[in-house]
Design a protein around this ligand. Structure first.
Ligand code: CA
Length: 262
């Protein structure tokens, strides 16, 4: 699995780069938009982590140019721009997901894994033949030999090394299945795409389902995910109800919200 990290901030770049390499991904890091554009034009990547404010070329323009050339790798945008209009523009330009800085590295890993799973390496998909869905592990970076010089993978600590599907740990509730190891959420069998704020709220409500989470706690989580955005837990619950149905999340008067488990 080869990832291109496009980030001009040395501290963020270094921590993301080190973190991903420790998770056994091959990472190329470029700090300039034009260099990134040239790199993407000649090299195939499995995933791109893209900052928006870049020297040389704006990340949004870079993304649009990449998609226009037919670039298909999933793009996870890492940005300090929390404005709704910016996010919508980014998604319209072909971003697959968003993380607003400052973000949690664990959340970033979960999103990287989820994106890679949704966009498996083409040859791996082709090899599965026979119409039987191939276990996600086939596309896992851990299924490949570690690159020379990298420490041995710590399989016990690697979520991708765990058994797929059947034995997978997870929280299951009214058609929703949440895998806490990968961060993936499926609803009625289909993977569901949540933005960072929705994901933070859903994750809190799922821990465990049926327990009331106060509005204050949800709002504290939301500020952590996205300090720039205004709005409240109520708004995110509204958005989640649009996805899961109105009766999925119950408002417990004066206390907060909970997932209605029955
Ligand atoms: Ca930047």
């Amino acid at each position: 699995m080869r990832i291109l990290l496009v980030e001009d901030d040395p501290m963020i770049g270094e921590s993301v780069c080190d973190g991903l390499r420790a998770e056994r991904y091959a990472v190329d890091w470029v700090r300039d938009g034009k260099v990134a554009d040239a790199t993407l034009a000649r090299q195939v990547y499995d995933l791109v982590l893209l900052d928006l404010g870049l020297p040389g070329m704006d990340g949004m323009d870079l993304l649009a140019a990449y998609r226009k050339r037919g670039g298909v790798a999933p793009v996870l945008v890492l940005t300090a721009r929390g404005e709704r209009a910016d996010r919508i523009r980014g998604l319209d330009s072909g971003a697959d997901d968003y993380l607003v800085k400052p973000f949690d590295l664990d959340e970033m890993y979960a999103r990287v894994r989820a994106l890679l799973r949704r966009h498996p390496v083409p040859q791996v998909v082709a090899a599965s033949a026979a119409g039987v869905p191939r276990p996600i592990l086939a596309a896992s970076p851990h299924a490949q030999a570690p690159a020379a010089g990298l420490p041995r993978p710590n399989l016990a600590a690697s979520p991708r090394a765990q058994a797929p599907a059947a034995g997978a740990p997870g929280i299951s509730c009214r058609g929703l299945v949440f895998n806490p190891l990968t961060g993936e959420i499926t609803f009625k069998g289909s993977p569901l795409r949540l933005n960072g704020r929705e994901y933070a709220v859903m994750r809190a409500l799922l821990d465990p389902p049926g327990v009331v989470v106060s509005r204050e706690r949800l709002e504290a989580l939301l500020v952590k995910v996205d300090p720039a955005a205004s709005g409240s837990a109520d708004r995110e619950v509204f958005m989640l109800r649009n996805k899961f149905g109105n009766d999925f999340i119950r408002n417990v008067s004066g206390a907060g919200y909970m997932i209605a488990t029955e």
